[in-house]
Design a protein around this ligand. Sequence first.
Ligand SMILES: [Zn+2]
Length: 155
Amino acid sequence: MNLNEKYLEACGIVHAVIQKDVFTFIVMESRFTETKNTNKEILKDVKTAVSNGFFEFEHFHSESDVFGFVIPGMKKHWINTLYLKHYPSWHIAGHIVHELMHAMGYTHKRKYKRKLSVPYQMGEIVRHIGKFTYAKKYNGNERQFRFSDPGPIEA
Ligand SMILES: [Zn+2]
C-alpha cells in the first residue's frame, strides 16, 4: 500500500467510525476542556467536518515529533512520512480527525493539559474505535503512541 492509499484508508476509517453508535455514546459521555460547546454541538461539528470533505494530503519528512499539521483556510493536511509509513491506518485516522476539529475552530494549548481538548480527545476516540474495528486486518504491533502537532498555525 502506498502512502496515498494509506491516507485514503485512514479517511475511510474516520468516515466509518463516526457513524457508529459507540462513537456517539463515547462523545456524549466525554468531558471536553477548552471549549464552551456542548457535547451535542461537538458531535454535530465532527459530522459536519467529515461531510465537508477530507483534506488533500501532502507529505513532508522530519525527524521531529511533529506528526502533521494543517494551515487554517487551506484544505491540505501535511503529514510527516516518518509516521505515515510506520503507523497503522487507525492511528492516522485519529490524527485526521484531530486536524478536522481544528478546521472546525477547536483549539488546544501548546503543551500542558491539552489531552482533554476536543481535537485530542476526538483523535483518541477515533483511534481507539478504529483500532478495535480494524486491528484484525493487520499483523504486528502498534508502535509506541506518539501524537503531536504544533497546534494551530497562524496563516
Ligand atoms: Zn492540534
